[in-house]
Ligand binder design. Structure first.
Ligand code: NAI
Ligand code: MG
Length: 365
């Protein structure tokens, strides 16, 4: 098979939700003849326990080599007192840094059956399906100079927003490529009215857009974008923005749709020799120590992360649609893990039961 996948379940509920994804991967092999070369390995606290480091060099090398990495979650109270250099999070940070994953994709997708979960009106979010692309490796979180300095008789806190043309160009290209795989609509957000980096951002994105004439490109100031995202989010399809604005806007967009147990993400880097981008897929949630080991975790965020891998790493958009529809059907049938339950009198599904329900829905087609 020419589809390689490194699976890193990690800690806490990571292995529990990943076990359900493995069922789905197996289903694709037997039912659809779509097979993956899967390697499973350790990351985070469990890697520290086994090897004294949250990510071994061998695992790192493997991650560089495969088409996609699928990660569960890392961390937990057991590791809170460890030295920062070997903390579980460091494993994840090393993956992101060495794979140079500069484009962070955060979809905000609202399944009709869960529209009541949103803090917004049902008609504003029902059927919502947008994607925020956040630049992840540059901008004001990294720019120099930075620090707290003495000036006169007081201190000054300094950060620098800094973007090179090539940094903007590459994340813009990722966003246009995504737009081509979706609805060919891209909105770029910055503050070109008050920031030089915003002026350059708008210029470079416009320039890259010439290579994607089929994509309808628009620009919006990021503050207005925040308003529009809450007023009528369905006007957007793909949004591309910088690190800081993307941090805020993607958290805002995530909460349009409800539960943490439902949110997938992807981080993409440069295209590899085979044309596929370097890629890491993971649920937005963490290792949830409060429910770990109890079979309560919702596996859907991790399952939808795999759907993103199908679409964005393996060009299997139809199969991604199929998987998302299966999830939609399960929810429409009223099946819920505990995190999705408001009403009394409904028995929650366990993690494994939810995974099985998705496989059944796939099978029922
Ligand atoms: P968390 O996302 O693990 O949990 C927050 C709350 O949401 C908890 O009440 C949890 O039970 C619930 N929750 C999360 N995912 C769920 C799921 N799939 N199904 C049902 N309920 C779910 O965030 P928290 O508690 O702040 O962090 C716990 C640990 O995870 C920490 O060690 C933290 O460092 C780590 N973490 C790791 C991340 C990663 O691996 N990317 C991201 C965020 C946190
Ligand atoms: Mg944030």
């Amino acid at each position: 098979t020419d589809r390689s996948l490194l699976v890193l379940p990690g800690d806490g509920i990571g292995p529990e939700v990943m076990a359900e994804v493995r069922k789905i991967i197996d289903w694709y092999g037997t039912a659809r003849g779509i097979t993956f070369d899967v390697t499973e390995d350790l990351v985070g606290g469990c890697a520290y326990d086994a090897h004294g480091t949250p990510l071994t060099d061998a695992t790192m090398a493997k991650a560089q080599e495969v088409d996609a990495v699928l990660l569960g979650a890392v961390g937990g109270p057991k590791y809170d007192k460890l030295d920062f250099s070997v903390k579980p999070e460091r494993g994840l940070l090393r993956l992101r840094k060495e794979m140079d994953l500069f484009a962070n994709l955060r979809p905000a997708q609202c399944f009709d059956a869960l529209a009541d979960f949103s803090s917004l009106k049902k008609d504003v979010v029902a059927g919502l399906d947008i994607m925020i692309v956040r630049e992840l490796t540059s901008g004001v979180y990294f720019g120099e100079p930075r620090g707290i300095i003495e000036e006169g008789n007081e201190r000054v806190g300094i950060n620098t927003q800094r973007y090179t043309e090539s940094e903007i160009d590459r994340v813009a290209r990722s966003a246009f490529e995504l737009a081509m795989k979706r609805n060919k609509k891209l909105c770029s957000m910055e503050k070109a009215n008050v920031m030089e980096s915003g002026v350059l951002w708008r210029e470079v994105v416009t320039e890259v857009g010439k290579d994607y004439p089929e994509v309808e490109l628009s620009h919006m100031y990021a503050d207005a974008g925040a308003m529009q995202l809450t007023r009528w989010p369905k006007q957007f399809d793909v949004i591309v923005t910088d690190n800081l604005f993307g941090d805020l806007l993607s958290d805002l967009a995530a909460m349009l749709t409800g539960s943490l147990g439902m949110l997938p993400s992807a981080s993409l880097g440069a295209p590899m020799a085979n044309g596929r981008p370097k890629a890491l897929y993971e649920p937005v949630h963490g290792s949830a120590p409060d429910i770990a080991g109890q079979g309560k975790a919702n596996p859907i965020a991790c399952i939808l992360s795999f759907a993103m891998a199908l679409r964005y790493s393996f060009d299997l958009g139809d199969e991604a649609d199929r998987l998302e529809k299966a999830v939609e059907k399960v929810l429409a049938d009223g099946k819920r893990t505990a995190d999705l339950l408001g009403e009394e009198g409904v028995t929650p599904l366990s993690t494994a039961e939810m995974g099985d329900a998705v496989v059944e829905a796939l099978q029922a087609g």
